[in-house]
Design a protein around this ligand. Structure first.
Ligand SMILES: NC(=O)c1ccc[n+]([C@@H]2O[C@H](COP(=O)([O-])OP(=O)(O)OC[C@H]3O[C@@H](n4cnc5c(N)ncnc54)[C@H](OP(=O)(O)O)[C@@H]3O)[C@@H](O)[C@H]2O)c1
Length: 245
């Protein structure tokens, strides 16, 4: 299948490692010019060279207006932006009584406002070109809460509503917005949660962790012209964990 992505441009957030890096890599293999962003410059530049990204910009999505600044710089560099992948580090583990207002504010900025900021910068340009693909990496927690991840469960569910709302406004401009919901995927984030791999394998019908490339290839398909008629969808890549949503 020819995805016809050569010459398209993309910005992938949270892309120095894990799922974001795998998405950037998959897009690059299809001929997309990709800009990547994350906080730590050394790792980011290493990844840029390794996967052949066009350029790398460091930015911290817990800080107001960083996502807008990065998106505007990428648009200036490429002259357009065809594909926007919103993604960031996972929030800390927490149960509701332990979450301070400051933690809610930080996670809201990082998980939610960074998305609206980058969309505000990207959507007018995408509409001008009559082509846009927005992919929001969230979590299966958006549909089925995961224990001890209160801020993630709450804020990610909200992003599904946001994508549905905006997709109504922009579908006629050739712009699609979809959410990608990773299940238990083999990255440093999962290691950091200190869950038992054996227990996860028992919970997942496929009996194994996901590989970041499996979600990445779904992202690349949705980013292509072949994905033109798919919008406002929450697509889980989770080995069968979610059912009936
Ligand atoms: N892996 C899973 O099983 C799984 C399951 C469900 C949902 N998810 C979600 O999917 C997303 C990606 O997960 P992952 O497993 O790929 O995580 P990961 O391996 O920890 O990678 C996170 C990436 O985001 C960057 N990042 C972290 N905080 C950032 C910030 N404040 N501003 C900008 N960039 C930041 C990191 O680089 P720097 O640290 O250098 O900034 C890194 O490049 C997370 O939100 C995670 O919660 C993951």
């Amino acid at each position: 299948m020819d995805l016809n992505l050569t010459g398209k441009t993309a910005l992938v957030f949270g892309a120095s490692q894990g799922i974001g890096k795998a998405i950037a890599e998959s897009l690059i293999k299809e001929g997309v010019k990709v800009a990547i962003c994350s906080r730590t410059e050394s790792t980011l530049n290493e990844t840029k060279d390794k996967i052949g990204a066009e350029f790398a910009l460091s930015g911290d999505l817990t800080k107001p207006n960083e996502a807008r600044r990065v998106t505007e710089e990428v648009i200036k560099h490429f002259g357009k932006l065809d594909i926007l992948v919103t993604n960031t580090g996972g929030p800390a583990k927490n149960n509701f009584p332990d979450v301070t207002t400051e933690q809610w504010q930080t996670d809201f900025q990082s998980i939610w406002l960074s998305v609206t900021e980058s969309l505000q910068a990207a959507l007018p340009k995408m509409a001008e070109n009559n082509y846009g693909r927005v992919l929001m990496v969230t979590s299966i927690a958006a549909l089925e809460p995961l224990p001890g991840l209160t801020t993630s469960n709450g804020l990610r569910a909200g992003l599904s509503g946001l994508a549905r709302s905006i997709s109504n406004e922009y579908a006629a401009n050739g712009i699609t917005l979809n959410l990608l919901l990773p299940g238990y995927t083999a990255t440093d984030r999962l290691k950091g949660l200190n869950l038992s791999e054996e227990k996860i394998k028992e919970m997942v019908p496929a009996g194994r962790l996901g590989d970041p490339s499996e979600l990445a290839d779904m992202a690349t398909f949705l980013a292509s012209e072949k994905g033109a008629y798919i919008t406002a969808q929450s697509i889980a890549v989770d080995g069968g964990v979610l059912k009936g949503h």
